[in-house]
Each structure stands twice: as structure tokens, then as C-alpha cells.
Design a protein around this ligand. Structure first.
Ligand code: NAD
Length: 515
């Protein structure tokens, strides 16, 4: 193991010799399949992690259930205090965890640290929430009656997460779920096991020092089979799934068929629209970050750019200049803006998208190739790409598919309504952004005939959301909402309780049923 990798792992108390246990349910274990964590920058195998066997998984689910049955009695503000301690422990390891995200996932250092900061922020939010998860008192139509809507803990929440946010997505779920009084069982991406082991070690210490069962925050690493078993289990009350549309469709069917609760955060295919009155000093760098940040592997990455014909030549020439200035590099080195793609599959997705663009005779303005010279040949580095497809038809696969790589497709429009139609014509509905100074355009954009995505920005790029608002998308993005806003309401079991304090027992709606 390189000294750089071992110093990052040592700082997070991850063993650098085998076996590395990938299961935690109050105790560390795991003797199932071995999953390699491969560094996307160098190709180095960072570690081999032992996943859960089917039996170990069932034990972990059972322990999570027991932990929930204990934890649901802990008062919510006390649960908040545990979250506050988790927040403090994460903050102490923020830079080390951020470095591990860069090492294992491949995003640049500030984005890796930013991801850990999101976890810290959502813990702060959930600490406050733990004193504000209020139900309601509803006026009854019957004398001497009161109706209460009570949020009770839900049970065990299965969190299945994607490779591109190996820390933050779990954080969003854990913080709300734990504040609500649930146990979570986390099945991370098979290619980022070290991030999940490091995070779980930090949380486990806090739980254990508070004499809480560790299985409140269970970890089961493993492949799709482990994910399938979590999804199928009737002991998992809610499945919060973050990943591709393809997997999300399968997961949703399984959970629906057993009448479980489901929260889906699936693919995005996000557009930025630039009007002639836009401030290009703001819009060009924002589109640049949106398209290239995390090497185009954010669910909110900008994939489609709609430029008003009047502004297109200047916008394109300024954007091309920024693209030309960007050099690939080690994501751990400060100043690098473009890290590698996460794995070989991502390289194939990129190559396939470029070949389809070439086949369709698109105008490739920038990029389109892998970096194949040393030292980049060892990692998964690709040139960020800008293309103008021949057709702007948003139903065409080039426009309608989420390509999880830095490929930005551009089309020109004359009227805002046309661009809004294109924005809305794709299956996905996660994020979108409009660049304008004209309040009439803003009114159209955020109104009933405006953008149909879950995140609708104005003079702000498509990626880089804060934790305070509910995060999620519509249509094939799955309609789920996580993080802020009213998202916490999904992590509880609502009870509508009519209580009769009177000496009579009248029926609702004045129904008379006396014998
Ligand atoms: P993926 O769908 O391949 O995998 C996601 C998770 O599902 C992994 O943990 C995987 O092991 C598991 N899995 C695979 N098959 C399964 C099955 N049959 N049953 C249960 N679990 C199974 O996704 P990925 O390639 O890791 O991530 C990229 C995708 O995630 C992109 O589409 C991206 O847009 C999306 N994403 C969405 C959001 C959001 O908030 N909307 C956030 C991050 C990523």
C-alpha cells in the first residue's frame, strides 16, 4: 500500500492488513465475499473488505430490529444529544474523511471535505429537529373529543447508497432516521466500502460510549445480492434507495410488492437555461462547475445547456476557454479541478456516450477522449466534453439519458417557453437552473408552467444544494425527498388518535346507530 493511502487509512483507524471487516451490528465481523476498493486515480488496490454472508446479514437485520425496540423508548431530545456527539466526532475527522472520499471515490479534496461537511450540517439540523418533531392537535366535530396526530418511530430503515456520495447520502438518512427513533441498516456501494467502514467506526464509538446498542447504525457491505436481501426483508420497514433509475425500478417493485415504505433518489439529467440578459460572469463559471465538478458524476451535474441564440457565441467561447484551462490531476492535490471517473464502468459509459454523439454527427467542441499518457493511464481520466448534437429533440436518447460522466450537450433556442419544454421533456426531474435578470422570466420558470424538477434554481447552478431544503426529484428521479424541509416526516409512523374525554360516545358525521 502506498504511504499516502496508508496514512489516510491509519488516521481513520482502518486496518491496513487483512481481514478488514465490512459488517457492524454492535460487533465487527463479515466473512462473506471479498470486495476490492480500488483507487480511481492510480489503480492501486487500497483494501479487500469482507462482506456479509447471507446468515450474517439476517443476524444484522435481527439485531437492528432489537436495537430499534430499545431505542424507540429513548426521548427524542436525548437522541438529539447522541447526534450532537456524532457531529462533534465527525467534525474532528472531517479532513481525514474528506481525504478518504477523494482517495476511494475520486472527487477532488474540497468536494470530498464538502461531502463530510454535509453530514456535519445535517446532524446540526437533526439535533434541532429532535426537539421539534411535532405532531398536531386537530379540532374534533364531536364535543369532548380531541384528535392528535402523533409521529412515532417507524422501525428499521434500510439505506442503500450510490458510489458518488459515499458519505453524505448516508448522513442525510442516518441523521433524520436516528432523530426519529429508528435503527438504520446501511448497504453502501460495493466500490466504496472503506468510506462506510470509516464513518461507521466513528458512529459506533459514540453509540457504545452512550451505552446504546451499536445496531442502531448497522453496516452491511457487499454486492447487489446483499442489497437485494435488505430490500426483500419484511423486517426493514422503509427502504431509502439512492442509485440509478435501472436499479431503482427493481427495488421499488420489490418493496411495493411487500407493502413496505420506499424513498427513491434516482438519476438526474439536469439542464441550465441561459437568457440573453443573464450575467455571464456568474453563469459561465457555474455551468463549468456544474458540468465538470466530481467529473460529471453528481446526480445534479449539468448535462444539458440551453443557450438563447443571442448569447450562444459568447457563452460558448468563454466556456471553451475554461474547459481548455482545466488539467486533470490527483484529486488529493490542492488546485486540481478534474479528478478521475470512479471506475472502469464509468469509462465505458463515457466512451459509449462519445461514440453515440459521433455517430449522430454531433459537433464536438471540446474533449471526447481518454487521457492515456502517464501518469493518467493508470487511472480513469477523461477529457470533459462539450457537444452540439444535430437534433435538439429532448426525446432523443442522447438528450433523454443520464450519462454519468462529464459530457455536456448544448442546444440553441429563441423563446424561453421552448427551452422550458425541452427542460421538462426528459424522463428525469431532479435539478434545473435559469439564468436571467428579468423577473417575468423568473415568474414563468418557478410557476405552474415552469420547470418540473424538484430543485428549480435561478442564477444558481444545478449542483451544490444546501441541507436546509428538501432534496430530491420528480418523475423517474423517484419523487423522494431527503435532508431538510418536511423530509423527516417520512421517517416516522403517523398515528391519528381520536380521544374521547366526555361521558357520551357520539359517532362522526352525526350517524345514529342506537338499538
Ligand atoms: P447503482 O444503482 O448501480 O447502485 C446503487 C446501490 O444499489 C448500490 O449499493 C448497489 O450495490 C445496490 N444494488 C444494485 N442492485 C441492487 C438490487 N437489485 N437490489 C438492491 N440493491 C441493489 O448506482 P450507482 O452507479 O452506484 O450510482 C449512480 C447513480 O446514482 C446515478 O444514476 C445517480 O444519479 C444516482 N444518484 C442519485 C442521487 C439523488 O439524490 N437523486 C444521489 C446520488 C446518486
Amino acid at each position: 500500500l502506498s504511504t499516502r493511502a496508508s496514512s489516510i487509512l491509519n488516521a481513520l483507524e482502518i486496518p491496513t492488513s487483512e481481514p478488514i471487516h465490512g459488517v457492524y451490528d454492535g460487533a465487527w465481523g463479515g466473512s462473506g465475499d471479498v470486495h476490492e476498493s480500488v483507487c480511481p486515480t492510480t489503480g492501486e488496490v487500497l483494501a479487500r473488505v469482507h462482506a456479509a454472508t447471507p446468515e450474517e446479514l439476517q443476524t444484522a437485520i435481527a439485531k437492528s430490529r432489537d436495537a430499534y425496540e430499545q431505542f424507540r423508548h429513548v426521548p427524542a431530545p436525548r437522541r438529539g444529544e447522541i447526534l450532537r456527539q456524532i457531529r462533534e466526532s465527525l467534525a474532528k475527522k472531517r479532513d481525514d474523511l474528506g481525504a478518504l472520499v477523494s482517495l476511494e471515490m475520486g472527487k477532488i479534496r474540497t468536494e470530498g471535505e464538502g461531502e463530510v461537511q454535509e453530514f456535519i450540517d445535517i446532524c446540526d439540523y437533526a439535533v434541532g429537529l429532535s426537539r421539534m418533531m411535532n405532531g398536531r392537535v386537530v379540532s374534533s366535530e364531536r364535543p369532548g373529543h380531541t384528535i392528535l396526530e402523533i409521529p412515532n418511530p417507524l422501525g428499521v430503515v434500510g439505506v442503500l447508497s450510490a458510489f458518488n456520495f459515499p458519505v453524505a447520502v448516508y448522513g442525510w438518512n442516518l441523521a433524520l432516521s436516528l432523530a426519529a427513533g429508528n435503527a438504520t441498516i446501511w448497504k453502501p456501494s460495493p466500490s466504496t466500502p472503506l468510506c462506510s467502514v470509516a464513518v461507521t467506526k466513528i458512529i459506533a464509538k459514540v453509540l457504545e460510549s452512550n451505552n446504546m446498542p451499536g445496531a442502531i447504525a448497522t453496516l452491511v457491505t457487499g454486492g447487489n445480492d446483499v442489497g437485494e436481501a435488505v430490500v426483500e426483508s419484511v423486517d426493514v420497514d422503509m427502504v431509502s434507495f439512492t442509485g440509478s433509475e435501472r436499479t431503482g425500478r427493481k427495488v421499488a417493485r420489490v418493496v411495493q410488492s411487500r407493502f413496505g415504505k420506499i424513498l427513491l433518489e434516482l438519476g438526474g439529467n439536469n439542464a441550465s437555461i441561459v437568457m440573453p440578459d443573464a450575467d455571464l460572469d456568474l453563469a459561465v463559471p457555474a455551468v463549468f462547475f456544474g458540468a465538470i465538478g466530481t467529473a460529471g458524476q453528481r446526480c445534479t451535474s449539468t448535462r444539458r445547456l440551453y443557450l438563447h441564440r443571442k448569447v450562444a457565441p459568447e457563452f460558448i467561447s468563454r466556456l471553451k476557454a475554461l474547459y481548455a484551462s482545466v488539467q486533470p490531476g490527483d484529486p488529493l492535490t490542492s488546485g486540481t479541478l478534474l479528478g478521475p471517473l470512479h471506475n472502469r464502468t464509468a469509462l465505458d459509459i463515457y466512451a459509449d456516450a462519445i461514440s453515440k454523439l459521433r455517430h449522430a454527427d454531433a459537433d464536438i467542441l471540446s474533449g471526447g477522449r481518454r487521457y492515456e499518457h502517464a501518469p493518467f493511464d493508470k487511472g480513469n481520466f477523461v477529457e470533459p466534453t462539450i457537444a452540439i448534437p444535430r437534433s435538439a429533440d429532448a426525446h432523443d436518447a442522447i438528450w433523454a439519458t443520464e450519462t454519468f460522466a462529464p459530457v455536456l450537450n448544448v442546444a440553441l433556442f429563441d423563446e424561453l417557453e421552448e427551452a422550458i419544454n425541452w427542460n421538462n421533456a426528459v424522463p428525469q426531474g431532479l435539478s434545473s437552473s435559469l439564468w436571467t435578470r428579468d423577473i417575468r422570466n423568473v415568474g414563468k420558470w418557478i410557476g405552474p408552467a415552469g420547470s418540473d424538477t424538484g430543485i428549480v434554481n435561478v442564477n444558481v447552478g444545478t449542483s451544490g444544494a444546501e441541507i436546509g431544503a428538501a432534496f430530491g426529484g420528480n418523475k423517474s428521479t423517484g419523487w423522494g425527498r431527503e435532508s431538510g424541509g418536511d423530509a423527516w416526516k417520512q421517517y416516522v409512523r403517523w398515528s391519528a388518535c381520536t380521544v374521547n374525554f366526555s361521558d357520551a360516545a357520539p359517532l362522526a358525521q352525526g350517524v345514529n346507530f342506537s338499538a
